[in-house]
Design a protein around this ligand. Structure first.
Ligand code: CA
Length: 576
């Protein structure tokens, strides 16, 4: 595909070095002296770390699917940017503001640098959120037209941004013409939905009623009565949904889909999720989508335990699923200063998912905002961002997360308009009145204020995304846990055949000192040069690093870290 330019790595690295990626006290990344070789095996190839575990490296990027390298950004179009003053965000507003997300110029460092978008539903819907569709082939009029959508796709692709859209296959709106027709027994669309002549008396996991009365019959609607489940086992429904996918891929040019409620597609009696029929249907859908566009991404919402959500990827039903378990552990690990549970969750996703098969995130549009879950604490939000953007999933940032946008449920309050500046009433989002009241705190938590502050959360997100873009090991290297001498410090390496990056985070709520790291065995050897890429505090305590005889290191002094401090260090073999 010609529309997937990759940012030249060298140019980005230069931009980082020029801009300085450590926004706090260190004006520049500082090289750290290392000890001379201590005589450990010197099997290193010139310019490359010697590799004690040959099977440890990921596939080369040439073999990787395009999304593996990306940083995604989840956009709620209604709340991103309003172009016409009606208070409702729209596609033209998003297109006009794309430079904020990625200006397509590797030489600049004042854009966020994301390389893919997930748009929450943009098809016609009577609701504000769009998850109950009335016409899959029509753009929601509040958001614009098909031409506006194509213009967005063109502008995004010009900047190296690919776009996937939410596709809601499980259910429609009750107002969809298919369902209105289906309400008449024996009609053309009767068996496009799931009906029963007697009340089945089945409850959802939350005790909610999943069968809803309509006249003398009951219809199945897992989430609520306003969203009847489609009967996707009906070949006519499957054919219609295939047509929807073809329209978005071919006529509108999207690069894939985020499949909403993927685990709920086909129920079986009292089993309402994760049925074998659902996985089989998705396998077929994936084959048909790939026949239309071999590069199309299918990332699914399977809100479940890692062991369950990973099955969809292992079984070839989806390309990726969201790692909800890891997301929860990331938030709680930072909130409670608990590296142990985070390490367990990390090991679990590593073991469960095929390489590159999971989407990492902190929160999405169905969860209280991460900034609130983290106690509205800036350093905690930075620590969580470090974990997300140096971790080994494909990261998804929920819009506003990068500025610490606040919000707790109800849902409208976790989906409030993005604050572009500090000027009420529209805060740069709209020249009119925002469709939903702004979040608390936008007088300071807004893009303009944080852009001009090198210590802001936004500046940290920009620096972290730039680092991830510049360092292949951060994108698809192996994640190797590292032991810390101090409880509360979480540390790991990201390692591929070309480089190694160490990530160290003090998750505890107190400063720590005399931190040293140990890796019993690993892919390193000989003497190495450690170069600080990002540091919250003073990185002078980072000592020399010498490998041991088993490819690890016995005691690497890191020094002191303030509460929630992050430290990211590049490790390279010393010149012979
Ligand atoms: Ca508008």
């Amino acid at each position: 595909m010609t529309h997937r330019p990759r940012r030249p790595i060298a140019a980005i690295l230069l931009a980082i070095l020029v801009a300085g990626c450590a926004p706090t006290s260190s004006p520049k990344p500082s090289a750290v002296d290392v000890a001379p070789s201590d005589g450990t095996p010197s099997a290193s190839v010139a310019g490359l770390p010697c590799d004690a575990t040959p099977a440890s490296s990921g596939p080369s990027s040439a073999e990787s699917p395009w999304w593996r390298d990306r940083v995604f950004y989840e956009v709620f179009v209604r709340s991103f940017a309003d172009s016409d003053g009606d208070g409702i965000g729209d596609l033209r507003g998003l297109t006009e503001r794309l430079d904020y997300l990625n200006d397509g110029d590797p030489a600049t460092s004042d854009d966020l640098g994301v390389t893919a978008l997930w748009l929450m539903p943009v098809a016609e819907s009577p609701s504000y959120h769009g998850y109950d569709v009335t016409d899959y082939d029509v753009i929601e009029p509040d958001y614009g037209t098909a031409e506006d959508f194509r213009a967005l796709m063109t502008a995004a692709h010009e900047r190296g941004i690919d776009v996937v859209v939410d596709l809601v296959l499980n259910h429609t709106s009750v107002d969809h013409p298919w369902f209105q027709d289906a309400r008449t027994p024996g009609s053309a669309h009767d068996d496009w939905y799931v009906w029963s002549d007697t009340e089945p008396h089945v409850s959802g996991p939350g005790g909610n009623e999943v069968w809803h009365r309509d006249g003398d019959r009951w219809y199945y609607g897992y989430f609520w009565e306003g969203m009847p489940d489609l009967n996707v086992e009906n070949p006519a429904v499957t054919a219609a949904l295939d047509g929807v996918a073809a329209y978005w891929l071919q006529d509108l040019g999207v690069d894939g889909f985020r499949l909403d409620a993927a685990k709920h597609l086909i129920e079986d009696g009292s089993t309402l999720e994760n049925t074998p029929q659902t996985k089989a249907w998705l396998q077929g859908f994936r084959d048909r989508v790939e026949a239309i566009d071999p590069d199309a991404l299918l990332v699914g919402e399977v809100w479940d335990a890692t062991s369950v959500s990973s099955e969809y990827v292992r079984d070839g039903a989806l390309d990726m699923t969201f790692a909800f378990g890891l997301a929860g552990s990331t938030i709680s690990g930072v909130r409670f200063g608990d590296p142990a549970s985070l390490a367990v969750a990390q090991a679990e996703v590593d073991a469960a998912y095929p390489e590159g098969g999971f989407a990492s995130f902190l929160t999405n549009h169905d969860q209280d905002r991460s900034f609130d879950q983290l106690g509205r604490d800036g350093p905690s939000a930075k620590a969580a961002a470090t974990l997300l953007l140096t971790g080994n999933g494909v990261p998804f940032v929920y819009y506003g997360e990068e500025i610490g946008l606040r919000g707790r449920k109800p849902d409208e309050r976790i989906r409030t308009p993005l604050a572009w500046d500090a000027n009420p009433p529209g805060y740069g989002f709209t020249s009119g009145t925002p469709w939903e009241a702004m979040a608390e705190g936008v007088d300071t938590a807004n893009i303009a204020a944080e852009t001009s502050d090198p210590t802001s959360l936004l500046s940290r997100y920009r620096a972290l995304i730039a680092l991830r873009t510049a360092h292949p090991a951060l994108r698809d290297g192996e994640l190797i846990p590292v032991e810390s001498s101090v409880p509360g410090v979480y540390a790991y390496l990201r390692h591929d055949t070309t480089e190694t990056v160490a990530v160290v985070i003090n998750l505890s709520k107190t400063p720590v000192s005399d931190v040293s790291l140990r890796l019993e065995s690993g892919p390193l050897c000989g003497s190495m040069t450690a170069t600080t890429l990002l540091a919250d505090g003073d990185a002078d305590g980072v000592g020399p690093l010498a490998g041991n005889a088993t490819g690890g290191f016995d005691a690497w002094a890191i020094g002191s870290l303030a509460a929630r401090d992050s430290l990211i260090v590049s490790i390279e073999p010393s010149a012979p």
